[in-house]
Design a protein around this ligand. Structure first.
Ligand SMILES: [Zn+2]
Length: 312
């Protein structure tokens, strides 16, 4: 892609584009629609199945043609795709920290207290609570360890390879679409440096959303939509909060509190700490506003080098 053309999508320009007063209403309308969708299907959440490693390439080949059409690109190669390697050192460390060590407290306390002549019952009184607490917390322990051993999903620009966190197909397919969008950006020579992160992450979120919508329609299963709706609600809400604060306008409480998903607090906390949303959130807001205003056809225009960002 032409270097002088892509310059208009630098982070600084995208930030200026978002900081327009008219975008408060635009974000309110988008958020309202997403909250309605989320609330309507709230009862349908399912866990979903984790695809096998050998299925990943098939899934990528299934979504690739649709993404290429959506972005109006051709001659894009198929990147490698795999699950993130399990880091066994971290896995066993996590396991030991959370289960074995608390359990060792019982014999340790029993021995110590008995040798001091305190007796078995008091030692059980001291030793059982940590054991019970660690057993009660088993679900969280397993989740934590699984997360630690898996790492996060990413696209490697040098090796042209996607690695994915093990996840149910509902979340996994939308993440796969996101990482494949980074591969398209790489092949089409869109700069991957930090100055273009809002553009890169925002476009990847749009692709993610498009694939989720399609999978939802094809399978008549709303859970496929959740993989991107969770990010959309959380990131657009955080950007909305930031924008209203920046422009000294009152935020609509319904929009800032309703349909709080699992990810919601992360993006809100990020804004509070950093005084600006994540690059993903700003990019997502930028493209969501453009799509609402001009339609999803903008993606083809952008990739064809024909789009001119309105001046602000
Ligand atoms: Zn990304």
């Amino acid at each position: 892609m032409d270097e002088s053309y892509i310059e208009q999508f630098r982070n600084a320009n995208i930030k200026t584009a978002i900081l327009q007063p008219g975008n408060i209403q635009a974000l309110e309308e988008i958020l309202n629609k997403k909250i309605t969708t989320y609330s309507k299907f709230k009862g349908e959440f399912k866990r979903g199945r984790i695809p096998k490693r050998k299925e990943l390439l098939l899934l990528l080949k299934e979504i690739k043609p649709g993404v290429d059409i959506y972005l109006g690109v051709s001659e894009v190669s198929i990147p490698g795709v795999n699950y993130t390697k399990i880091d066994y050192t971290k896995y066993y460390e996590g396991l030991a920290k959370r289960t074995v060590l608390p359990m060792l407290t019982i014999p340790f306390l029993t021995l110590t207290l008995n040798s001091n002549g305190i007796g078995l019952y008091p030692s059980l009184i001291f030793g059982l609570p940590p054991l019970l607490l660690s057993l009660l917390d088993t679900k969280n322990i397993i989740n934590d360890i699984t997360e630690e051993r898996c790492g996060s999903s990413e696209y490697n620009f040098v090796h042209k390879n996607i690695t994915l966190e093990r996840n149910s197909e509902y979340g996994l397919i939308s993440t796969l679409a996101h990482e494949y969008a980074h591969h398209v950006q790489n092949e089409k020579k869109i700069p991957k440096n930090g100055y273009f992160s809002f553009f890169n992450e925002g476009q990847a979120r749009s692709v993610q959303r498009q694939v989720s919508v399609n999978k939802w329609a094809q399978n008549d299963d709303f859970c496929f939509m959740l993989g991107s709706l969770d990010y959309d609600l959380s990131e657009l809400r955080a950007t909305y909060v930031w924008l209203t604060k920046y422009l000294r306008k009152k935020a609509n409480t319904f929009l800032t509190t309703e349909a709080m998903t699992q990810r919601g607090p992360f993006d809100l906390n990020y804004v509070q700490t950093h005084m600006i949303p994540t690059p993903h959130a700003l990019g997502n807001a930028f493209f969501s506003i453009l799509e609402a205003r001009e339609g999803t056809g903008i993606h083809k225009e952008i990739m064809a080098g024909r789009y001119q960002l309105p001046s602000f």
